[in-house]
Design a protein around this ligand. Structure first.
Ligand SMILES: NC(=O)c1ccc[n+]([C@@H]2O[C@H](COP(=O)([O-])OP(=O)(O)OC[C@H]3O[C@@H](n4cnc5c(N)ncnc54)[C@H](OP(=O)(O)O)[C@@H]3O)[C@@H](O)[C@H]2O)c1
Length: 323
């Protein structure tokens, strides 16, 4: 049994980490924190209390904890669920997050934990940056298709919809029940959503080209789940694209290529991602991708990454999976 400390466990993502760890066969929760004791880990003495740490903290805060834990416990495994370590440079972070990076020394060599895509970078890693929820839903279908040059990197449009837990638990007027219920709205238009940066970074690494993504997020009146629709230009048939995805994810327990458009209820409370491919207009396809933002989009993928880092079965403790 390894001991796992969960920072930010009063928030939505941290609570989900605790919930999932409770059924993990090889890990147990050593301690949890909220912001009540808002100080760096070593000051609380918590850095000695666990063998692995999940950081479900706001960006700007999380990297300070990661730096402190790395210094105090170089052998421990730290998974950061925030956006702090996702972008490759401190300059990109400042551009997208609007403030200086709190620990730029951590950016070099920290793997981006999109598990199925970067699985070989994870074994033995001591610090992993967990991807954003929207980014996970967009990149899982897109990366294999771009790697095989089956879709045009210059023409990618994503219309994505998320449940309200995606915005965190802190009270906000626009997230009040009466503002969200029975309604649907777009937000962060015009290249302002931060996940655009990490998606474009991965697409650049994958295709070797600078990719400008059109990305429109929407707020759904449900608690959890993300459904992304990707409008792509392709000379290949939908069947050929679906086959390429099936081949890429043949050994991936949590990604399933399905025939009908996936529903949120297919994936909520699981670590699964379901993807389908359909004809749109001539030369265009639409690809649907569904995940639970708090599981595959946050806590589940974090534990999947922890499992990979420690050499365990990546399914350990996680709901869903094909096997
Ligand atoms: N929600 C999602 O779907 C999702 C998906 C992927 C990634 N993430 C990322 O995961 C992280 C947590 O997100 P969330 O949605 O769970 O947010 P949240 O519900 O607002 O929870 C934030 C947590 O951090 C704690 N906290 C806030 N300020 C702190 C400080 N200065 N020092 C120490 N602890 C502090 C809060 O404690 P109190 O409750 O005591 O204030 C709470 O436990 C964020 O970086 C977010 O971007 C979230």
């Amino acid at each position: 049994m390894i001991r796992v400390g969960v920072f930010g466990a009063t928030g939505y993502a941290g609570k989900e980490c605790v919930r999932l760890l409770e059924s993990h066969p090889s890990a147990r929760v050593a301690f949890t924190t909220g912001s009540g004791g808002a100080h760096l880990a070593h000051e609380a003495g918590l850095d000695q209390a666990a063998d692995a740490y999940l950081l479900a903290l706001p960006h700007g805060v999380s990297a300070k904890y990661a730096a402190s834990l790395r210094a105090a416990r170089p052998d421990a495994t730290v998974i950061d669920l925030s956006g702090d370590l996702r972008l490759a440079t401190a300059a990109a972070y400042k551009h997208w997050y609007g403030h200086e990076h709190p620990a730029p020394q951590l950016l070099d060599g920290t793997p981006y934990g999109l598990t199925e895509v970067y699985r070989d970078r994870l074994p033995g890693a001591r610090l992993v940056s967990n991807p954003g929820c929207y980014a996970t839903s967009v990149l899982l279908p897109l990366v294999p298709l771009l790697r095989e040059a089956l879709v045009d990197p210059d023409d990618i449009v994503v219309d994505a919809k998320s449940g309200a837990t995606g915005a965190g638990r802190a009270p906000k007027e626009e997230l009040l029940f009466c503002e969200v219920a029975d309604d649907l709205s777009a937000y962060s238009p015009g290249r302002t959503h931060r996940h655009v940066a990490e998606i474009e970074q991965v697409l650049h690494e994958t295709s070797g080209k600078t990719v400008a993504l059109t990305f429109c997020p929407h707020l759904l009146p449900v608690k959890r789940g993300i459904l992304s629709a990707l409008y792509l230009r392709s000379a290949a048939s939908p069947a050929a694209l679906a086959q390429a995805l099936r081949t890429f994810y043949a050994a991936a327990p949590f990604v399933r290529i399905v025939d009908a458009p996936p529903k949120l209820s297919d994936v909520v409370l699981t670590n699964d991602c379901r993807i389908s491919v359909h004809a749109a207009a001539p030369g265009r396809v639409v690809v649907f991708s569904a995940i639970d933002n708090l599981v595959k989009g946050a806590a589940g993928q974090a534990i999947q990454n922890l499992n990979r880092c420690l050499g365990w079965d990546e399914r350990a403790g996680l709901p869903g999976g094909n096997a």
